[in-house]
Design a binder for this molecule. Sequence first.
Ligand code: ATP
Ligand code: MG
Length: 182
Amino acid sequence: MPEQKDQKHGLVIIHTGDGKGKTTAALGIAVRAAGYKMKVLILQFVKGSWKYGEMNGVKMLAPYVEMKQLGKGFVGIIDDKLPFEEHVKKAEEALAEAKEWILKNEHRIIILDEINVALGLRLLKVEQVLNLIKSKPPQMHLVLTGRNAPPELIEAADLVTEMKEIKHPYRKGILAQRGIDF
Ligand code: ATP
Ligand code: MG
């Protein structure tokens, strides 16, 4: 085991991969931290990606855990009629808002849920997210979720977990289950 460094080391954590559990694991971090009365902020990058289960569940962890949707979000990117530039603008607004929260330094942990999706859709540039990470106060943990985390982000992170799909009931035609998927 390497020599123990400072105990309060703010980590950059990534949950990526195409298997289920990226957001679930981030919520697990929030539950665990709430047990220490740590303040956790969960920021939603893609509108509509949260389900009633977590929205209401997190309210029971108030005032330690809080969930917010950033800006207006960007939704239905594939099927809505907004021009691409409008989505970029919204994604950049969301990023700026996330940065404000990070710089305020009121939370011990900030979760940027589905931020990788915005990168994957090229609504944000990886440099912008790298800058966001660099602006993090030293003791703050930052969690970034979403499929296809780019290699530059993985390089910049301290802890990276790839969820790998072994089996998913969806393949058998079993629909999303309450309490598990939403
Ligand atoms: P969860 O929120 O359940 O932890 P996730 O964050 O890993 O999932 P997302 O890419 O955010 O995955 O997808 C969100 C939705 O898609 C969830 O309802 C989840 O159950 C479903 N999902 C995730 N992975 C798969 C998969 N491999 N096949 C089918 N559906 C999936
Ligand atoms: Mg997710």
